[in-house]
Design a protein around this ligand. Structure first.
Ligand code: 5GP
Length: 190
């Protein structure tokens, strides 16, 4: 997606630890016109009318998923990072290792909002080592729902997540794939 790639080249900032900051347009301040185009592009890449729900994880996936959902006409449900380990039976529960915060989160989703009849499209802002996606996939499996695919805004192709997800046969679409980054340069796949 050329518009997105141009924006990453222009406004992306590389931080130590292989972290790309895109907080001026994607996950802190949000450029809604750009995210609207991202939503349309996800719809183009996932045209299936079987999708019943979009699943994301708090916090930064939520805004993107909501804008995209307007093109799918399905609800968005987001996995929550649990504050207490007091997890009751009404929720699906998994654990996610956070790439940016270097800690393990308990992640929950109410059983009310995902079940065996659902066909789920996952949407998230970044794919790095794949832990967030693996956690969401685990929740979908626990719910007995079907995975229609995963739409990612920015995949860091030099980390292992993309390969791991594709090897599971999951339809993964990343709108921009970073092949390498240094302090001064961000290289993107054509
Ligand atoms: P993963 O679980 O695939 O290792 O990392 C994905 C999650 O970590 C995303 O939900 C995203 O919030 C965060 N993340 C991973 N890499 C980056 C990065 O380079 N920049 C930012 N801003 N967030 C990242």
């Amino acid at each position: 997606m050329e518009l997105l790639k141009e924006r990453i080249r222009r406004d992306g900032i590389v931080k130590p630890g292989n972290v790309l900051k895109v907080d001026s347009f994607l996950n802190h301040q949000m450029d809604i016109d750009l995210i609207n185009e991202i939503g349309k592009e996800f719809r183009r890449r996932f045209p299936s009318d079987k999708i019943t729900k979009i699943l994301t994880i708090e916090a930064s996936g939520i805004g993107i998923a909501c804008i995209a959902a307007q093109y799918f006409h399905v609800p968005v449900v987001f996995a929550k990072k649990a504050q207490s380990i007091n997890i009751d039976g009404d929720v699906y529960h998994t654990k996610v290792q956070s790439f940016t915060h270097q800690k393990v989160y308990d992640v929950i989703l109410s059983r009310k909002f995902l079940g065996p009849d659902d066909h789920v499209l996952i949407i998230d802002d970044f794919l790095a080592n794949g832990c967030a996606l693996m956690g969401l996939i685990d929740i979908i499996k626990k719910a007995g729902a079907s995975i229609e695919g995963a739409g990612i805004v920015i995949e860091k192709g030099f980390q292992q997540g993309g390969q791991m997800i594709r090897e599971q046969g999951i339809h993964l679409e990343s709108l921009a794939v970073i092949t390498a980054m240094t302090d001064t340069e961000i290289q993107l796949e054509d």
